[in-house]
Write a protein that binds this ligand. Structure first.
Ligand SMILES: Cc1cc2nc3c(=O)[nH]c(=O)nc-3n(C[C@H](O)[C@H](O)[C@H](O)COP(=O)(O)OP(=O)(O)OC[C@H]3O[C@@H](n4cnc5c(N)ncnc54)[C@H](O)[C@@H]3O)c2cc1C
Length: 443
């Protein structure tokens, strides 16, 4: 390998996107992929960019998080997005693909690049080459996962994620909530949704009977006490939630002067306070069930869910501590991470992070410093979000409108459209950057 070539580990969504970008920019790539000789617990084939679960890459509407992200990827010249579109099958406003055809097209495109050397083997250590992109995914092999953990340290690396839902602040009913910190200690970052006994019991009954997503055979059951699904806590007894995520102690409702029977706490998810996280509501409930059951919480009857909760097997690092917003390791310049392992969540988000890592590596290869994408764009906002310090454990993040900076609008209804316009303009500017996409000379 010469000093300007790049070694990539993993030919999934992020690794394939990165490899194609780099090769088209005239940079030689060594691409490690362990499949088909060694499969992950979810992959079934040797095809690159195999989709392991749903065949949908989400909405194409530019007023949805994933739709806007796709639009930006198109502007930025994503290699995988056109291949997904060429493999599209009808699914209304979603981009669903024939997964075999998509994987076949990606594999052919990667194999057709003369600058990509495919190494059909497992990488067991982080390569020592000057420029490396680690894109080994949420089901990274044990050997590489322990090599990464050895490099980053135990507390910077996770094997499960437990995500609570996030709601749009504008859709929470202010009449049903009060701002307070438990025992009055804090800076007023919590919004509290009180429940009386009757509401609590109705909520509990709905929670206990709601449909959950069955865990995959390699996923279960290794809950840590701190990230136990809310429905599992509820199953332990009718009052357990009152000593857990719905505990009211220390939260006096200023409107009644009393401590409510139960309280759901929402915590600001960003500095602007445009998104709120349902504290302790990590869950395995199916998405429509989350909407139905959590909308029973007073104040959330019209809530827009920006992210649903999840508990699943994942391998991801604490990007807040370890990565720059351009996906480069803080401790080792020239080492990049891409895909789900960075703490993004989802197929399109993983492709986006592969694109960002590739663009950053192109700049490093040219002896220049990488730069972050504008935070007005969805891609820049997402990368900024996962790399910005916050409280507690890191939680993987999807593309959603709550990440975008607020915009001035006359009518609330035009807010998303305006945010999308600003984001697309920022993505167009980034696509024209000298040295960002400008350095990626397309063949
Ligand atoms: C079970 C499961 C289901 C999911 N379902 C969805 C869903 O329905 N929708 C959605 O949007 N997101 C889903 N995700 C999340 C995520 O979007 C996908 O996992 C996505 O494929 C991540 O892209 P990636 O490029 O980071 O990793 P992957 O696409 O998994 O690519 C990683 C690649 O690295 C290879 N590899 C691993 N270790 C090594 C090694 N040591 N040496 C060489 N190669 C290696 C793997 O074989 C794989 O090809 C799911 C995740 C999991 C785990």
């Amino acid at each position: 390998m010469d000093d300007s070539s790049v070694t990539i580990v993993g030919a999934g969504l992020a690794g394939s996107e990165a490899a194609l970008q780099l090769s088209r920019a005239g940079i030689a790539v060594d691409l490690y992929e362990m499949r088909p000789a060694k499969l992950t617990p979810a992959h079934r084939s040797g095809r690159f960019a195999e989709l392991v679960c749903s065949n949908s890459l989400g909405s194409v509407e530019p007023t949805s998080g994933k739709g806007l992200l796709k639009e930006e990827l198109r502007i930025l010249g994503s290699a995988l997005l056109p291949l997904a579109e060429a493999s599209r099958i009808p699914a209304g406003k979603a981009l669903a693909v024939d997964r075999e055809e998509f994987g076949r097209r990606v594999t052919e495109a990667v194999r057709a690049e003369p600058g990509i050397r495919i190494r059909e083997e497992e990488a067991e250590a982080i390569p020592e080459d000057p420029l490396v992109i680690m894109a080994c995914g949420p089901l990274a092999s044990d050997a590489i996962a322990s090599a990464i953990r050895g490099f980053l340290g135990d507390d910077g690396f996770y094997f499960y994620d437990a995500i609570s839902p996030i709601v749009d602040a504008e859709t929470i009913d202010p009449e049903a909530s009060f701002v307070a910190d438990r025992y009055g200690v804090g800076t007023g970052d919590y919004l509290n949704l009180p429940m009386d006994r009757e509401r609590y019991e109705a909520f509990l009954a709905a929670l206990l009977s709601a449909k959950t997503v069955a865990p995959r055979e390699f996923e279960e059951p290794r809950y840590f006490e701190g990230c136990m699904p809310v429905e599992e806590i509820a199953r332990r007894g009718p009052d357990t939630l009152l000593f857990g995520p719905l505990r009211p102690v220390g939260l006096r409702d200023p409107r009644t002067g009393r401590i409510p029977h139960a309280v759901v706490q929402l915590r600001k998810e960003n500095a602007e306070g445009t998104m709120y996280n349902l504290v302790g509501f990590q869950t395995r409930l199916a998405y429509p069930e989350q909407k139905r059951v959590f909308s029973m919480i007073p104040g959330l009857s019209s809530a827009a869910f920006l992210r649903f909760g999840k508990v699943h097997r994942n391998t991801f690092l604490d990007a807040r501590r370890h990565l720059q917003p351009w996906m480069e390791c803080r401790r080792r310049p020239g080492l990049f991470f891409a895909g789900q392992i960075t703490g993004v969540e989802g197929y399109v988000e993983s492709i986006a992070s592969g694109l960002v890592a590739a663009i950053s590596a192109v700049r490093r290869a040219a002896g220049r410093d990488p730069r972050p994408f504008p935070r007005e764009s969805m891609i820049g906002a997402l990368m900024e979000r996962i790399t910005t310090p916050g409280p507690d454990r890191p939680e993987p993040m999807n593309a959603n409108f709550g990440l975008l900076p607020e915009v001035a609008v006359r009518r609330k209804r035009g807010r998303k459209e305006r945010k999308a316009e600003v984001a697309l303009a920022a993505a167009r500017r980034a696509a024209g950057w000298d040295g960002a996409m400008g350095a990626v000379e397309r063949g």
